[in-house]
Ligand binder design. Structure first.
Ligand code: PLP
Length: 497
């Protein structure tokens, strides 16, 4: 099982090589040479297994040059030992006979990015060993909130790695800021940047490509790497929870093996829903893939018209982790739906680069519309949905999950399709407690950072997740901030180079 680039079929890598490299040299993303399948018999066998065993089975099909033992160690290191509440990484809540919620926020940072970032550092360590890359790997992350904290938790104290995270000083929520400033671990560093997310991101890019820095780093026996969502090692662990969720529904006798279900996914960079697409390709009986966007609805327009156009206003919404105008992982879908034609993908991406837009051929548009339903949801509708879901089911959802609920409802109203739907829940409501409070019409008392969470807990009786409750007693370890121009200095100082 090897990997090829979406822009060049001749750029072939082993699984470990693709994970280590992240992005192909000509700018393409790595995808498996062929998509492996799960036979009916295997899927049936999978139903009786626990999450880790299901993960081992799925990962084993994709990680050609990993031994069974290596995969075992990566999986159990990530998903057992209390990292996820009750050691259940992806439980399902049933709301009614056709609506199920896949809760992906029971990990250490209360957002779904833990599902991938708890295992990625382990996959990277094994990959480095296999490819005889020695020396410390230094992970640099620019974050708008969720990714930074999840990456810090994932890489914390992983041997042979260091992680440095930059966030925009005034661009993340107070809880997110506190989560990062109190981060524990001996190999972590956090710095606020006096600028916006773009400043952080371009600052990190400059550090990555600065030749003199690279030289100093090499002399110190270290290398830079990234943990961003285009790495196959982040996508692959996300395929697992779709397989697992399907098996849970069978196991709980909500569906019979072979019945198709729809999935609704709150989407930003298109990683999560692409994992659902790959699960379907593997043979999991998935019907419609429902792609839910907020007011930044570039994907909704794309699925309707076949034209991707990023030349539009950017909006800051109540679901900030989905505020994205370029969904990088979409490139993999273009590759798959366009008959795996690297030339075609290259031309589309060149157009995106130069004109900020591209149009796909009619056959591809037809295939997209066959597989996906796409819709979008305003902030007002997001709040109304949080309210109505709580009133109807006594079930608390965050702002991102609410977008998926609303678009799922739009789909149901538009078709006679009566298949059951799995709605993917990507964050705990407590991570966005102030917005959720507002949606429910609750007043938080006082200025305290935790007042919205307290109000939410009092009103709903839903316990505050342990990682958020524990923040109260934590010591701030990182209070540094710098100008954009000072980011490289922070890196050198921290690494002692
Ligand atoms: C990152 C994120 C998303 C978007 O996921 P993609 O894989 O980028 O589409 C949705 N919800 C939350 C809470 C997130 O952190």
């Amino acid at each position: 099982m090897n990997y090829i680039s979406t822009r060049d079929k001749k750029a072939v890598r082993t699984a470990s090589g693709a994970i280590l490299q992240g992005l192909s040299a000509e700018g393409g993303l790595f995808v498996p040479e062929t998509v492996p399948t799960l036979s009916d018999e295997e899927l049936s066998r999978c139903c009786a297994l626990d999450y880790c065993a299901r993960a081992r089975l799925v990962l084993g099909k994709f990680l050609g040059d990993f031994s069974g033992e290596e995969i075992f160690d990566c999986v159990s290191g990530a998903y057992t030992g209390g990292r996820f509440e009750n050691d259940l990484p992806a439980p399902i809540s049933k709301l009614d006979d056709s609506t199920y919620v896949l809760e992906l926020w029971h990990g250490p940072t209360c957002a779904f990015k833990d599902m991938a970032l708890q295992i990625l550092p382990r996959l990277l360590s094994v990959s480095a060993k296999k490819n005889r890359q020695e020396g410390e790997v230094v992970i640099l992350v620019a974050t708008s909130g969720d990714t930074g904290k999840a990456a810090l938790e994932g890489f914390r104290d992983v041997p042979g790695t260091r992680i440095l995270v930059f966030y925009p000083e005034d661009g993340v929520s107070e809880i997110q800021k506190l989560q990062m400033r109190t981060q524990e671990g001996e190999n972590v560093g956090v710095c606020a940047v006096r600028g916006n997310f773009d400043d952080c991101q371009s600052g990190v890019k400059e550090i990555f490509t600065d030749p003199s820095l690279a030289q100093r780093l090499e002399r110190a026996g270290k290398r830079f790497s990234s943990a961003n969502s285009i790495n196959w090692g982040r996508l692959l662990p996300q395929i697992v929870y779709y397989v697992s969720a399907y098996c849970d529904l069978v196991q709980n006798e909500e569906i019979a093996l072979g019945d198709e279900i729809n999935v609704a996914v709150p989407t930003g960079n298109f990683g999560n829903i692409l994992a659902a697409y790959y699960a379907k390709r593997m043979g999991v009986p998935i019907g419609k893939l429902i792609c839910a966007s907020n007011r930044n609805n570039v994907l909704t327009d794309f699925f309707a018209s076949g034209v991707y156009d990023r030349n539009r206003d950017f909006f800051a919404t109540l679901s900030p982790s989905m505020d994205i105008l370029i969904s990088s992982n979409l490139e993999r879908l273009l590759f798959e739906l366009g008959g795996r034609d690297g030339e075609q993908v290259r031309a589309l991406m060149a157009a995106l680069q130069s004109e900020g837009r591209y149009a796909v051929p009619p056959q591809m548009k037809a295939r997209m519309q066959d597989e996906f339903f796409a819709g979008c949801c305003s902030d007002e509708k997001t709040k109304a949905t949080i309210r109505s879901v709580f009133e109807q089911y006594c079930y608390l959802i965050d702002t991102h999950t609410a977008v998926a609920f609303d678009v799922c409802e739009q789909y149901r109203r538009s078709t006679p399709d009566e298949r059951k739907t799995l709605i993917v829940s990507t964050a705990s409501a407590y991570k966005f407690a102030d917005s959720v409070c507002e949606a429910l019409g609750l007043e938080a008392e006082g200025e305290d950072l935790f007042a919205p969470a307290d109000a939410l807990c009092r009103h709903t009786g839903v316990a505050v997740p342990q990682p958020i409750a524990a923040l109260r007693g934590k010591t701030v370890r990182f209070s540094r901030s710098c100008e954009r121009g000072g980011m490289a200095g922070f890196v050198c100082e921290t690494l002692g180079i």
